[in-house]
Design a protein around this ligand. Structure first.
Ligand SMILES: [Zn+2]
Length: 223
């Protein structure tokens, strides 16, 4: 059976300053994240900054970005969702299936998430968190997957969700990534630089990542 891979590519690289010590990241990795996220490579200590430190920092922010609840009293808990959804994480230098492409991460329905070198070198931690959420969606059996983009900057590439889903948890990875940015921008505590970056990324995504999106929705996120 053909395995369907979903890939995301490097687009942005803006910096967000970490506010957790290297010792604390090492402790969390050793005592908590390594097991909770079913890491499939050997457990080891790391220095900061380093590729592994940036991976662990992504888990730290996944756990520690908190959102104000909406009018229905709901706020997403991405940490628990990833922990309970994703079968595990692997790491490779480069995707041997696509050696000529700058692939950040990949996964498929029921599969582990593979993080590549380029993920670990991305200095924008919110971008890394969003990648994990995007790929997390691909590990779910009901993920509809991506479509060829019919318009915008990615036209002709297999790099869009067919439909923009403005409420609930529908769509594929780009909807999930977009929704994370939306929560980050509107309802997160602190992370001011990340919130501004989120606005810019939402503006770009709404016009380039969805084949079916209303003009009203485009306007709403283009302000
Ligand atoms: Zn994807």
């Amino acid at each position: 059976m053909m395995k369907i891979f979903s890939l995301i590519f490097l687009l942005f690289g803006l910096q967000v300053v970490a506010s957790v010590s290297c010792d604390e990241l090492n402790r969390l990795w050793k005592d908590k994240y390594y097991d909770e996220f079913h890491i499939a490579w050997e457990k080891q200590e790391f220095s900061c900054p380093s590729d592994l430190a940036r991976i662990v920092e992504s888990f730290y922010y996944l756990e520690n970005i908190k959102f104000r609840a909406n009018n229905s009293g709901y706020a997403p808990d991405y940490y628990t969702w990833i922990k309970e959804t994703v079968p595990g994480f692997t790491y490779e230098k480069k995707d041997s299936n696509f050696p000529d492409l700058d692939v950040i991460a990949s996964s498929c329905r029921g599969c582990m998430i593979t993080l590549f070198d380029i993920f670990a070198k991305d200095t924008d931690v919110m971008s890394r968190v969003r990648t994990i959420i995007h790929e997390g969606r691909h590990t779910q059996l009901n993920d509809p997957g991506h479509s060829n983009c019919t318009k915008g900057a990615m036209k002709g590439k297999y790099a869009c969700d067919n439909e923009f889903v403005s409420s609930g948890w529908g769509g594929s990875g780009y909807n999930y990534g977009f929704r994370f940015l939306w929560w980050l921008h509107d309802s997160s505590y602190g992370h001011d630089l990340a919130r501004e970056t989120a606005r810019y990324k939402m503006q770009w995504s709404i016009t380039n990542r969805f084949n079916h999106v209303s003009n009203e929705e485009v306007r709403m996120f283009s302000k």
